[in-house]
Design a protein around this ligand. Structure first.
Ligand SMILES: [Zn+2]
Length: 128
């Protein structure tokens, strides 16, 4: 398999109009390819690279997601490259978009896990 180049990935992101959805998605191209090379030198994969770029872009668009992933210590597992919070930097977007306090974030997370519980009990009742 030929090695994926940063330019190639950036062109593909544009081809799929992902730069229109995610704005600065191409800035993650290089780091996403680097992380693949570190995991498996000599093998880079376009679909995986695209997915990781999208994931990084979404996490920056919705800082709550990045904060949550970071709080779980899952940044590298979730393929977040160059996590601002791991580097001790502030998120660029946080100050503008996120006016929610940590408490509100926790409440939301609790709500989500309660919804999951309901789904679980529904599944269980179906099995019975
Ligand atoms: Zn982090």
């Amino acid at each position: 398999m030929p090695t994926l180049s940063v330019e190639n990935l950036k062109e593909t992101l544009k081809l799929f109009n992902l730069d229109k959805c995610f704005g600065d998605i191409s800035k993650y191209a290089e780091r996403c390819i680097q992380s693949q090379k570190q995991e498996n030198p000599g093998s880079t994969n376009m679909p995986i690279a695209i997915t990781r770029c999208q994931f990084n872009a979404i996490a920056r668009k919705l800082p709550k997601i990045l904060k949550f992933i970071h709080a779980q210590g899952a940044c590298s597992r979730m393929f977040i490259t160059g996590c601002e919070l791991c580097d001790g930097r502030l998120l660029d977007v946080v100050s503008e978009e996120s006016d929610e306090s940590e408490e509100e974030l926790k409440e939301e997370i609790t709500e989500i896990s309660e919804e999951e519980k309901v789904e679980e009990s529904q599944k269980t009742s179906l099995i019975r």
